[in-house]
Design a protein around this ligand. Structure first.
Ligand SMILES: [Zn+2]
Length: 192
């Protein structure tokens, strides 16, 4: 069956131009700290199991309600100013965190920055990054793609898009925006 990418829930595009249109149906606790879409959480747990990742990595921020996103946005404007906030915090209704398919991860350490957790390109964090696509996750806001995503480079923000989409996106060096542009419509077995 031929489907448009926009019809596939896991591929939902949420950015400055596209507000969230579907709400997550079943949220579960992940990393003992945050809520996430059930299927995304299950994939993340499998990846973490392979790496023994939860020993070293903290789930910093997962699903956010409209109210929480609003609160985070307003607080960041107040504390960090408009320029910072525009780069790192999406407007309410436009945050991937509201889909339940996104998660911010930080290397576990005494002080974790809530908006910009430390998730370096080395050690366990880099191993996570390299294995992520096999489990359906992409680094959503890479360096050099700021003009495409509308968000600054965020090494800590991962988005579940499912398999094989994540692998195709990574293989081509695309963002989710670019995947939507290149790949529609396409053929897919849609679970009913
Ligand atoms: Zn994030």
């Amino acid at each position: 069956m031929i489907v448009e990418l926009s019809q596939v829930r896991d591929l939902m595009l949420v950015n400055q131009e596209h507000p969230i249109s579907w709400n997550p149906q079943s949220l579960v606790l992940v990393g003992g700290r945050v809520l996430m879409d059930e299927r995304a959480a299950s994939a993340l747990n499998k990846l973490m199991e392979e790496l023994d990742g939860w020993r070293f990595i903290t789930a910093v921020s997962g699903w956010r309600s409209q109210e929480e996103q609003h609160e985070i946005y307003i607080r960041s404007l107040w504390e960090n100013g408009e320029e910072f906030t525009k780069q790192f915090v999406a407007r309410p209704g436009h945050s991937e965190h509201q889909t339940g398919l996104a998660i911010d991860l930080g290397l576990t350490q005494p002080d974790i920055d809530f908006l910009r957790p430390y998730f370096p390109y080395e050690g366990i964090c880099q191993t996570f990054r390299e294995r992520a696509a096999a489990y359906g996750f992409i680094e959503r806001y890479p360096a050099g793609k700021e003009a495409v995503t509308g968000i600054a480079h965020e090494p800590w923000h991962f988005r579940y898009v499912g398999v094989p989409h994540a692998e195709i996106i990574v293989e081509h060096g695309w963002t989710l925006e670019e995947y939507h542009k290149h790949q529609k419509p396409f053929s897919l077995e849609v679970p009913t």
